[in-house]
Design a protein around this ligand. Structure first.
Ligand code: IPD
Ligand code: CA
Ligand code: CA
Ligand code: CA
Length: 266
C-alpha cells in the first residue's frame, strides 16, 4: 500500500509520539496528573505526546493551523489546512494500565477531512485513511462488518461521567440499545471505537459529548471503510456537535433510530 507524502508525515509523527506514550505507559505511577473537569484527567504523558506532534507536524508543514486537545486552537497563516489532534485518546485507560488508548491525527483541507491516522502504540495497531484511498490497519484494507440485523450486532458506546450533562440521556439510550443488540462494549477511547467499527470488530458505535479531536480521524476511517455516519439529528455536524452514530448503512440507520427512541412507559 503506497502512502502519500502527507500521510507519511502523519504516520511518522504518530509513531514518534507513540514511543513517548509507550515509555510513559511503563511507569504511569510516576506521572504528574491533574483534573480538568469531572472524570477528565490530563497527565504529563498527554502533554509530552502533544508537544512531539506539534513539533513534527509544524516542521513538516509550516503554516498549517492546529486544533489540539490540550493546547486548543493555534492559528496558521496557510488559510486552507488544519490539523485536528488528540495526543492521547483514552487517558483514563492509560492511567489505569489498560492498553486501549491512541493518538489521533486528522488533516482538514478547506473544511474537509482528507487524511486520518489513529495509532495504538500498546498494540502496535496503525489505522490510516486518505479521502478516496480506502482505510487500512497496518497494511490490511478495512471494511465495516456486514451484519444487517441489530440483534446480531456488538455495539460500542461512550459512558459519560455522572457529572457531565449527557448522562441522563445516556441511560435511556443504553436501555434502548441493550434491548435490541447482542452485546454492548465500552472501550474508553472514541478514536479506537471508530477504528474498531472501520475494522469490522464492532458493528456500530454511538456517543455524545465528544470533541472534534476525538472523532475527526475516525470519521474518515469509517467513511473509507464503507461505513455510514451521522450525528444524533441525522445530520453531519459531528465535529462541532459532539454526537456520533456509526455502522454499515443498515445498522447505522437502525442504531440511530434505536438510541433516539423516547423512554418506554414502564
Ligand atoms: C475521551 C475518550 C473516551 C470518551 C470521552 C473522551 P480523552 O478522550 O475518547 O472514550 O468517552 O468522552 O473525552 O479525554 O481520553 O482524550
Ligand atoms: Ca481529555
Ligand atoms: Ca479524546
Ligand atoms: Ca486526549
Amino acid at each position: 500500500m503506497a502512502r502519500s507524502a502527507i500521510l507519511n508525515v502523519m504516520v511518522q509523527a504518530a509513531m514518534k509520539a507513540g514511543r513517548s506514550l509507550s515509555r510513559d505507559f511503563g511507569e504511569v505511577q510516576n506521572l504528574q496528573v491533574s483534573m480538568k473537569g469531572p472524570g477528565d484527567y490530563v497527565s504529563q504523558a498527554d502533554r509530552k505526546a502533544e508537544e512531539i506532534l506539534f513539533t513534527e507536524l509544524s516542521k513538516a508543514r509550516p503554516g498549517y493551523a492546529f486544533l489540539m486537545e490540550e493546547r486548543g486552537l493555534i492559528e496558521g497563516d496557510d488559510g486552507q489546512h488544519r490539523w485536528i489532534v488528540d495526543p492521547l485518546d483514552g487517558t483514563t485507560n492509560f492511567l489505569h494500565g489498560i492498553p486501549l488508548f491512541a493518538i489521533s491525527i486528522a488533516l482538514e483541507r478547506q473544511g474537509q477531512i482528507v487524511a486520518g491516522v489513529v495509532y495504538n502504540p500498546a498494540m502496535d495497531e496503525l489505522y490510516t485513511a486518505e479521502r478516496g484511498g480506502g482505510a487500512f490497519m497496518n497494511d490490511r484494507r478495512l471494511r465495516v462488518a456486514g451484519r444487517t440485523k441489530l440483534i446480531d450486532t456488538v455495539i460500542g458506546c461512550g459512558v459519560p461521567h455522572l457529572g457531565r450533562g449527557q448522562h441522563g440521556n445516556f441511560l435511556v439510550e443504553l436501555r434502548n440499545v441493550m434491548a435490541e443488540v447482542s452485546g454492548v462494549r465500552r472501550l474508553g477511547s472514541a478514536s479506537l471505537d471508530l477504528a474498531y467499527v472501520a475494522a469490522g470488530r464492532m458493528d456500530g458505535f454511538w456517543e455524545t459529548g465528544l470533541s472534534a479531536w476525538d472523532v475527526a480521524a475516525g470519521i474518515l476511517l469509517i467513511r473509507e471503510a464503507g461505513g455510514f455516519i451521522s450525528d444524533f439529528a441525522g445530520g453531519q455536524n459531528m465535529l462541532d456537535g459532539g454526537s456520533i452514530v456509526v455502522g454499515n448503512e443498515i445498522i447505522q440507520r437502525a442504531l440511530l433510530k434505536t438510541v433516539r427512541k423516547p423512554v418506554a412507559p414502564r
